[in-house]
Design a binder for this molecule. Structure first.
Ligand SMILES: NC(=O)CC[C@H](N)C(=O)O
Length: 210
């Protein structure tokens, strides 16, 4: 089952995403936005500082001519993690915006999240309301929105000033989240709460429910 990790200039969580995909059973590949994505089941936009976060995080990457929109429109699964979430928002594939954290600082810590929606292909293996621990590492993670999005993850506490403590949202087959599930896939990493996200997708796609 092929999954692509898009490597932008400045991505820095691409290898972690690759590792998590492999652990969950996928056959991962590093790809670029120019690659033909037709025979992939899933594409991950990883975390990092694509194009140095100029002019805003994700703004330049979102302007790349890309096969991503076509892939998403054809029903392919897309997962944007941290900078990947910022890119999806800048592309208009997910609603809302990601602004500088309320305290003006880069926040790097492990936080508690609530799985608000476990009825998505990305979260099937979690229980509704389950509290999980994942790392965050961002300067621009404050999610703002002028309508009600489809929320999947919420911070248990206000960590960065996000509206409704929103940490992750979904729009059809596209999920964006600021916390890093790929950095919590084995106990030795401090938490393995993230692996169920990758395994959920694997099982869902394998079941042919796409
Ligand atoms: N870990 C990351 O993806 C960094 C996120 C982002 N570029 C920020 O600082 O907001």
């Amino acid at each position: 089952m092929k999954a692509g990790v898009i490597v932008y200039p400045g991505s820095n969580c691409d290898r972690d995403a690759f590792y998590a995909l492999k652990l969950a059973g996928f056959k991962p590949y590093f790809v670029s936005t120019k690659d033909n994505l037709d025979d992939f089941e899933l594409v991950i936009l990883p975390g990092g500082f694509s194009y140095g976060d100029y002019l805003r995080p994700g703004a330049v990457s979102a302007k790349e001519s890309s096969n991503l929109k076509k892939f998403a429109e054809n029903g392919g699964f897309v997962l944007g993690i941290c900078n990947g979430f910022q890119i999806l928002v800048e592309m208009g594939l997910l609603p809302g915006g990601l602004l500088q954290n309320k305290n003006g600082k880069f926040i790097c810590e492990t936080v508690e999240l609530e799985v608000v929606n476990n009825e998505t292909p990305f979260t099937l293996m979690y229980k509704k309301g389950e509290v999980i621990k994942l790392p965050i590492a961002h300067g621009f993670g404050r999610y703002v929105i002028d309508k009600q999005p489809n929320v999947v993850f919420k911070y248990k506490e206000d960590v960065n000033g996000s509206d409704q403590n929103i940490a992750g949202i979904i729009n059809g087959n596209i999920l964006g989240m600021m916390p890093h599930p790929e950095r919590a896939v084995e106990k030795i990493m401090g938490s393995d709460d993230g692996i169920k996200l990758f395994k959920s997708l694997y099982e869902y796609i394998r079941g042919g429910k796409k």
